[in-house]
Design a protein around this ligand. Sequence first.
Ligand code: R5P
Length: 312
Amino acid sequence: MELAIVAGSGNPPLADAIADRLGSKVCRSTISRFPDTELHVEINDTVRGCDVYLIQPTGPTADAHLMELLFLADASRRAGAARVTAIVPYLGYARQDRRAKGREAVGARVSADLLGTANLARMVAVDLHTVSLEGFFSMPLEHLSAVSLLANTLGELIEEHSVIVAPDLGAVKLAENYAEVLRRPLAIVHKIRLSGEEVRAQSIVGEVAGRAPVIVDDMISTGGTIEAAATALLTAGCLPKIVVVASHALMVGPANRRLSALPLKRIVVTDSLQLSGNSSLPLQVVSLAPMLAETIARLNIGESIAEFLGHR
Ligand code: R5P
């Protein structure tokens, strides 16, 4: 079936890179807002009879990007696409997967239900905040992991005395995966979240004194988690050469300021989200394009993608 790549405004460079690897081009589309702020979406190339792949992370601005994805799916279907698959390199709202307090909405469920109305054949996501999110979707969800990709680029950044650090309890499984691939011991920071921007590190489990920490997390948002973990590690006697590895770089609010103040050797992230490009941080960006392009190529011809399902 003929393949067509359609992209929202979430990460055009990644969409271009994926299309490029597939020997294709992103379909032309118009995404605009009416004066009253309502979204308007139109796909300008024909997708009739095509196997359409919509590339759209639902990161900041989360609502706008989610809505674009829903509109693009609808536009594709109405334009006669034979099959529509959403490639969501970063899935927003994933942290709202349960109620922490009495009268909160479960945002992950709301957004999953919305995506469930879009008549998608399947969705492909990368390093979901929690693996159990798959159960929020009734459509098939292929959950890819960037752990091997990121771990394999660390090279000489991993020292004999490196220790892999989970900056909170939610990151323990991810950190175990890195510790296994990198063959280094694991330490865990006990984090308490005070608000959306503020966290506090309570204690550390594991041997960290005299070691070079590699802090791993699924995402960096405001940088509060990394800041709290790094500060606690330094107080506990870690070497002041910290490596941070995260699948998703949201980098919102005070993230740049917070991370700039830390003795970071490198921050290794993927391009699941479009980065501003004017950061003075020691950022190394690893592209998801090869992995996502290969996944699309295999889905298009109905071949197994099991070897890409890297999360353990
Ligand atoms: C939390 O459970 C996540 O895994 C991240 O640790 C967190 O969301 C990062 O946010 P921030 O950078 O704002 O601390």
